[in-house]
Design a protein around this ligand. Structure first.
Ligand code: 5GP
Length: 121
């Protein structure tokens, strides 16, 4: 699969505010934060979208949530609450095709997430 900007962050070819790293994952602050706290947890393995997650990736994807919760606890917002979300393809709002868990915190989140007057038929 083709390289994305996140491959370059993993390779330390471009800078990012990295807040956690282990052998299989990386977490760093989002460059365009949408909440007082907004970071991304990504696998080092390049997986383009949720649709490309294979059976063998189940533990890896679960690990992203474990890292998110660990960081939420360490950063002090786990009990208050937060959103952990992965966007998929165009309608999901995905812009970088290397899966990433958005972790947003520090203010109450709205629901539903879309902002237009879309009516569900
Ligand atoms: P998506 O829209 O694919 O769900 O989320 C991609 C996220 O990556 C966006 O929130 C965007 O701000 C963030 N992003 C894109 N390029 C960079 C970058 O070069 N560095 C960092 N730290 N975040 C980025």
């Amino acid at each position: 699969m083709s390289d994305t900007i996140f491959s370059k962050i993993i390779a330390k070819e471009i800078p990012a505010e990295i807040i956690y790293e282990d052998d299989i994952s990386l977490a760093f602050k989002d460059i365009n934060p949408q909440a007082p706290v907004h970071f991304l947890v990504i696998p080092k393995k390049a997986i383009a979208t949720i649709n490309d997650i294979a059976e063998d990736d189940k533990a890896l994807v679960g690990h992203l949530y474990v890292v998110a919760a660990k960081l939420a606890t360490e950063m002090g917002f786990a009990q208050q609450g937060y959103r952990a979300v992965m966007n998929c393809n165009e309608f999901g709002g995905q812009t970088v095709y290397h899966i990433h868990l958005h972790v947003l915190a520090g203010k109450p989140m709205g629901w539903p997430p879309y902002t237009d007057k879309l009516k569900i038929e």
